[in-house]
Write a protein that binds this ligand. Structure first.
Ligand code: FMN
Length: 171
């Protein structure tokens, strides 16, 4: 099977997960990894399985990922899985269902098979700290606690879970 791992990442969290998924895919498949911006849409039909990664931006997949999904061409039978990183510790299942809707829609439209989505926490870039702290009305103490909790994500456990996800969906 030929596998592509493609992702959008501004601060490296989603890229870290992409690298692990590709490492896992390479154990049993021919696999490529590429930033979304570098993908030539015409080359996608050469893959049997595509992993698409995105950070969560204001409760949605990042705009370049949504644009990419909208531009995908039909490749009947091609398998698609997602992976998402977000600053929140975790989201309820119904929220994750909503976030993955653009991936599922692209699959429905293009007769591709949606396989599932992995998600984990990713550290929030420093420029956004003040804004999020203010928006959520957190005290300095609460914010310090939040930062401590976010630090280091995606961490070793997140990485192992991403690896297991890749192994399972590729099996
Ligand atoms: C513009 C913007 C909006 C964001 N909105 C959310 C959000 O709605 N929920 C959330 O949990 N994290 C949000 N985040 C945090 C990112 O999803 C998180 O830090 C992610 O791991 C970043 O991935 P990257 O390092 O691959 O860019 C946002 C980040 C940015 C830059």
């Amino acid at each position: 099977m030929k596998v592509l791992v493609t992702y959008f990442s501004q601060t490296g969290n989603t890229e870290k997960i992409a690298t692990v998924i590709c490492e896992e895919a390479l154990t049993t498949n021919e696999s490529d990894i590429s930033k979304l911006e570098k993908i030539n849409m015409d080359d996608l039909s050469g893959y049997d399985f595509i992993f698409i990664g995105s950070p969560l931006h204001a409760g949605n997949l990042a705009a370049p990922v949504q644009d990419f999904l909208n531009r995908m061409q039909p490749v009947p039978g091609q398998k698609i899985a997602g992976f998402i990183t977000h600053a929140a510790l975790a989201y309820p299942d119904q929220d994750m269902e909503k976030f993955t809707e653009p991936i599922k829609n692209a699959c429905r439209k293009n007769k591709m098979e949606y396989i599932g989505c992995f998600d984990c926490q990713g550290f929030l870039t420093e420029e956004l700290h003040e804004m999020i702290k203010k928006r959520q009305g957190l005290t300095d103490e609460q914010w310090a606690e939040r930062l401590k909790q976010m630090a280091g994500h995606p961490d070793a456990k997140d990485v192992e879970m991403a690896r297991s996800f890749a192994k399972k969906v590729l099996a």
